[in-house]
Write a protein that binds this ligand. Structure first.
Ligand SMILES: Nc1nc2c(c(=O)[nH]1)N[C@H]1C(S)=C(S)[C@@H](COP(=O)(O)OP(=O)(O)OC[C@H]3O[C@@H](n4cnc5c(=O)[nH]c(N)nc54)[C@H](O)[C@@H]3O)O[C@H]1N2
Ligand SMILES: Nc1nc2c(c(=O)[nH]1)N[C@H]1C(S)=C(S)[C@@H](COP(=O)(O)OP(=O)(O)OC[C@H]3O[C@@H](n4cnc5c(=O)[nH]c(N)nc54)[C@H](O)[C@@H]3O)O[C@H]1N2
Ligand code: SF4
Ligand SMILES: [Mo]
Length: 892
């Protein structure tokens, strides 16, 4: 690779699919400069805090660089031969369904295609499922029920045309930040654009909301049924459109009316103030150009598919589909959630949007692949798949690009399942993950910046992810590892790939194979791209599928001709009735646990956790609760809470927020067993699933919350990483200059000095000590070669001296003034304490901001930006900056 050449690629993280212009400035040191690609239609040059910090995640620290069998490094050929022979043995003894793959929306389309082909076509089982089951499967099932295919109708271009945007169960500000920025910019120019946010809690997305509906957890089917009833009664149904292009209107309206029941009690049943509810009905009725965007608050529910169809019903009834600015638009989560759907990575799908249940489709795919067999039955969906591992029915599982010991519900059971599984193979780029810890065979995968192929974003746009850096160590593309196993199993001819372009061409050819009026037209068709040669594939520009001779430049919007992919060509409205979440609250478990994401972390933090500045905003697992609810339970802000459910337990830091409803608690999904002792919320989450999609109910687990009875709290700063100590609460937080450990336990060690010194592995140098035994306060600072080498503060209360200043001293020479102030935790110069980092891009802390607001009389976010730069890059901290300004009102 040429040094200093700009390479266009796609972000590793979310489904917005932003284009990146990357420059390798030092290939040997793996230094990459990251900028937004101004020509990419998803982001036009903008990047959020995660995307812009990708350069900080490409170091080789923590990488898995060689294949291993039972902890011993081996050659690739040894590993793949072993896997192939074990697969053959297990298949001979127990049948193909005793083998399973669990893959991910973070694979490239080429990886996905090969995984699916190997499992469904050649191993002969449909037991391949993906973490998209936890993410998009309800959206997929909803689209298929309504349109006959998994077709996402809209484009980001529709934002500019919409006059009403309804965000349902989506914290767009934090999870799709560049979409949020686009909407915000359009809103600033177009005052008549209204935004409605439907979410039980008030999130950062609130910033652009003209109306917030704080719906009761799980209530969306009832809400959209009530809306449909209302639309019918107000004469807002587009009868010409529905008569010509839809079926099921009458039945859907009848069940919607029955479901709504007594109008007088509707608002109370939904938990939404009546005036807000009616404003929503009025706006929706009146606005043709309505875009409804939804994500995990809809999909991750035991009624997820019904929620999706309840939304789609309202769009079909009003004919708001296939037109500019009007569509039901599911936002995808992972960078290649959509590509996985195209490749058919779900256990109930076949490749290229064909159906496993359809014998003609099975026969066609088998013929195209030249496969010996094709399974007749759908495979196991994620939650059932790991249950089958637990029961010993699945004897070998290959997990690729996902961390199920953290991210699946009832996660302790998933861990137990893998602990007793005969053969666990894990492909990851990172060596130490909760799931890698249980692998018999570890395979080193290429990571972002090395891998090469395609991904598809939320708006069906296929973009290239390009390799910038050479493959490190023995790391290989996932498609290559799969093909190597396939060859070792005897399928060399069908898996003779040596370049991702070959796989892409095959995938594109299958999408067009017998895709015509005679055999049936399928929505996913990129047949034109099957002709790309390697050079053209390398140069491929972002393009939205379908890409066909009729639409050689791709397709911005689907259903403009009002033809759907059902046998009669008509879209289907689905009659629906509200169902409460499967596991109801009880006296023992009276609170709703809602889980989700935070602004600066990506899932199980294996990569975003490598960037210290992304940990400065929020560094610990927290439980957010309404202050009244928390106080009633004896909880204090900054103290610790133990959450327990029928499935498991977690301990987290209490955060008060009036944006939470009483009766609810929100905990982020990100913390793992590698980074924390008890912050893995998946252990608590219930394994209820949607009956149609099999998607788990991550947003509703009945839990109890009680004060964690800490005998002491503490934190320790160390320059080198340490093993997590055996205490109930321990969280590792990466800093620029070392590590911080947040700690608490329910009993006090007999010998503080001994305990801390043993854990620090006998630090060298001088130790400064302050002990107040009666108050239970113990503080230590270790100074070696005149620099602060480590520091530990322990005390009876959660409130401890602030960390920011002490952290800034770690690894630095300690002058006489600081030395005296060290164990008091207070700097001699108060300005030295910047406080908690709010702006991750420029590292600007809360205390610096509040001081500047006070001293310089800053009145708004723009003035803060001018003075401190905070909020001027990605902009995702702007809602928080706003909250720090005393006179700035937050919208109701
Ligand atoms: N920063 C960051 N961004 C990400 C990711 C990440 O890990 N970090 N992951 C990516 C992925 S894979 C995904 S899937 C997306 C997810 O993106 P989002 O879906 O926006 O994120 P979540 O935080 O999971 O949940 C969204 C909201 O649903 C609300 N909710 C809970 N229950 C209900 C309900 O019953 N009804 C309604 N209407 N709302 C409800 C929650 O309060 C929450 O605010 O984010 C993507 N982007
Ligand atoms: N409680 C709760 N649980 C949830 C959710 C929730 O909202 N609440 N959300 C769910 C959703 S929507 C999602 S998408 C999942 C995400 O959950 P996971 O998929 O488990 O989370 P990640 O941390 O993204 O895991 C990706 C793994 O793949 C590795 N990796 C990255 N790139 C590659 C590659 O190219 N090849 C290989 N082989 N490995 C790679 C990473 O190091 C990491 O270990 O979590 C789900 N779980
Ligand atoms: S919005 Fe998503 S795709 Fe864009 S830079 Fe941020 S994480 Fe990456
Ligand atoms: Mo997701």
């Amino acid at each position: 690779m040429l040094a200093d050449a700009v390479v266009k690629t796609t972000c590793a993280y979310c489904g917005v699919g932003c284009g990146i212009a990357a420059t390798v400035t030092d290939a040997a040191a793996r230094v990459v400069d990251i900028k937004g690609d101004i020509t990419h239609p998803a982001n036009f040059g903008r990047l959020c805090s995660k995307g812009s910090s990708l350069g900080e995640t490409v170091s080789l620290e923590g990488r898995q660089l060689v294949p291993e069998i039972n902890g011993q490094p081996v050659a690739w050929a040894t590993a793949t031969t072993k896997i192939a022979s074990e697969f053959k043995r297990i298949r001979d003894q127990h049948g193909p369904d005793a083998i399973a793959f669990y893959v991910s929306g973070q694979l490239l389309t080429e990886d996905y295609y090969v995984a699916n082909k190997l499992m469904k076509g050649f191993i002969g089982s449909a037991n391949i499922d993906t973490n998209s089951r936890l993410c998009m499967s309800s959206a997929v099932a909803g689209y298929k029920r309504a349109f006959g295919a998994d077709s996402v109708p809209a484009s980001y271009e529709d934002f500019a045309h919409a006059e009403l945007m309804v965000l349902v169960g989506s914290n767009t500000a934090w999870c799709h930040p560049i979409i949020f920025q686009r909407i915000k910019a359009i809103k600033a120019e177009k005052p008549n654009l209204k935004v409605v946010v439907i979410d039980p809690r008030e999130t950062a997305t609130h910033e652009i909301a003209d109306l917030h509906l704080p719906i009761k957890s799980g209530g969306d089917v009832l809400l959209f049924n009530a809306l449909l009833a209302e639309l019918a009664e107000r004469g807002a149904v587009d009868t010409l459109f529905t008569a010509a292009h839809c079926t099921g209107l009458e039945a859907a309206v009848a069940s919607a009316k029955a479901d709504r029941g007594d109008r007088a009690t509707l608002a109370a049943r939904l938990g939404i103030p009546a005036d807000r509810l009616h404003t929503f009905f009025d706006w929706f009725t009146a606005t043709e150009r309505t875009l409804t965007m939804y994500s995990m608050g809809v999909n991750q529910s035991s009624a997820g598919t019904d929620k999706a169809n309840a939304i789609i019903n309202c769009h079909l009834a009003t004919g708001r589909i296939g037109k500019p600015g009007a569509a039901p638009f599911s936002l995808t989560g992972q960078p290649n959630a959509m590509g996985g759907r195209e490749a058919g990575g779900l256990a109930n799908m076949l490749a290229a949007h064909m159906d496993l249940e359809n014998p003609a489709h099975r026969e066609r795919v088998q013929r195209f692949w030249g496969a010996p067999s094709i399974p007749q039955q759908p495979g196991l969906k994620a939650v059932d798949l790991f249950d089958a591992v637990h029961e010993g029915k699945v004897k070998a599982v290959w997990i690729m690009a996902t961390n199920p010991v953290v991210s699946l519900p009832n996660a302790d059971r998933v861990r137990a399942a893998l602990e007793k599984c005969e053969l666990v193979i894990v492909s990851d780029c990172i060596a130490d993950t909760d799931t890698m810890r249980l692998a018999h065979i570890k395979l080193p995968a290429l990571g972002w910046g090395e891998k090469d192929g395609t991904v598809t974003n939320s708006e069906r746009r296929i973009s290239r992810q390009r390799g910038l850096l050479p493959p490190p160590g023995e790391a290989r593309p996932d498609w290559w590892a799969l093909a190597a196993v396939a060859k070792a199993m005897g399928y060399a001819e069908a898996f003779a790939y040596d370049h991702p372009a070959q796989i892409f061409r095959e995938h594109a050819a299958l999408s067009a194979f017998e895709n015509n009026a005679e055999s049936g037209i399928r929505d996913f068709n990129i047949g034109l791209l099957a002709q790309l040669d390697n050079r053209e594939y390398n140069a491929l520009k972002p393009v939205q599928w379908p890409v066909t001779p009729d639409a050689p430049l791709g397709t911005e919007r689907l259903f403009t001709d009002n033809r759907f992919y059902t046998p009669d060509g008509k879209a289907r409205l689905v009659p629906l009735a509200y169902r409460a979440p499967v596991n109801a609250l009880s006296a023992d478990y009276p609170l709703v646990l809602n889980t989700g994401r935070i602004r600066d972390q990506w899932h199980t933090m294996t990569r975003s956790g490598l960037t210290p500045r992304l940990l400065q905003h929020i560094g610990e697992p927290f439980a957010e609760m309404h202050p009244d609810e928390a106080k009633n339970r004896g909880l204090t802000e900054g103290g610790l809470v133990r959450l327990s459910s029928r499935w498991g337990k977690a301990v987290a830091r209490v955060q008060f927020s009036t944006g939470q409803q009483p009766g609810h608690v929100f905990m982020p999904m990100h913390w793992t067993g590698v980074l924390s002792r008890s912050g893995r919320v998946g252990a608590v989450v219930n394994p209820a699933v949607d009956p149609v999609s099999g998607q788990p109910e991550n947003k509703h687990t009945p839990v109890a919350a009680e004060r964690y009875p800490a005998a002491w709290h503490g934190y320790l700063l160390s320059r080198a990483p340490l093993a997590l100590p055996a205490v109930d609460y321990a969280v590792a937080i990466r800093l620029d200059n070392g590590w911080r450990y947040e700690l608490a336990n329910d009993h006090v060690p007999d010998d503080w000095t001994g305990w801390a010194t043993a854990w620090l592995q006998q630090p060298e140098g001088e130790v400064l000590e302050y002990q107040d035994v009666t108050r239970g306060i113990h503080r230590y600072a270790w100074i070696a070669d005149s620099v602060l080498a480590a520091l530990a503060f322990f005390g009876p209360e959660a409130e401890l001296p602030p960390r920011a200043w002490l952290q800034s001293l770690l690894g630095k020479p300690v002058d006489a003034l600081s030395r005296r102030a060290l164990l008091s935790g207070k700097p001699a110069d108060p300005e030295a304490d910047v406080g908690r980092i709010i702006c991750a891009c420029f590292g600007v802390g809360e205390k610096t901001i509040t001081r500047a607001i006070g001293q310089q009389n800053l009145k708004n976010v723009a003035e803060i930006g001018k003075c401190l730069k905070a909020g001027t890059n990605c902009g995702s901290c702007q809602p928080e900056l706003k909250k720090l300004i005393p006179c700035e009102a937050i919208p109701a």
